[in-house]
Write a protein that binds this ligand. Structure first.
Ligand SMILES: [Zn+2]
Length: 144
């Protein structure tokens, strides 16, 4: 890591702190003596989704997008806003860790759709929550 003040390559670590997904290092430049902090973060490349029945599969951005597209069919929703939702959800999942429950993804999608388009939200919720009867459905509509 180069010193941000003088671009010198040699620095020493004066303090190091570990937290759940991050390591923080206080550094001191050996040339100009200035101090700065660096952060090391975990970046997950592959996310595994744990399904309701316990099966595990690799998270697919495409699959998520298809699900949201289906809910937004014939609605005034732009592809850009769908892409944005997908990206945001993917970011959230990466921050969360290597494994996420499918329920968590479902909740994130529902929360995003609720703000974006009420009809799309109800469509998604009805598939996702697998409404048992008309009462469940009415509950969801009432929430909106
Ligand atoms: Zn320096």
């Amino acid at each position: 890591m180069l010193c941000p003040y003088c671009s010198n390559e040699e620095t020493k670590v004066t303090d190091k702190r570990d937290s759940k997904n991050e390591t923080r290092r206080r550094r001191e430049c050996l040339k100009c003596g200035k101090r700065f902090t660096t952060y090391e973060k975990v970046e997950v490349l592959e996310i595994f989704v744990i399904k309701k029945d316990g099966r595990r599969e690799i998270f697919s951005r495409e699959k998520l997008k298809t699900g949201i597209l289906k809910a937004c069919e014939k609605r005034q929703v732009s592809i850009e806003s769908i892409d944005m939702i997908v990206s945001k959800i993917e970011e959230r999942l990466k921050q969360h860790g290597i494994e996420v429950k499918s329920a968590m993804i479902g909740e994130l999608v529902m929360r995003a759709l609720k703000k974006l388009d009420k009809v799309a939200y109800i469509r998604f919720a009805s598939v996702y929550r697998d409404f048992k009867d008309i009462k469940d459905f009415k509950e969801a509509v009432k929430e909106v």
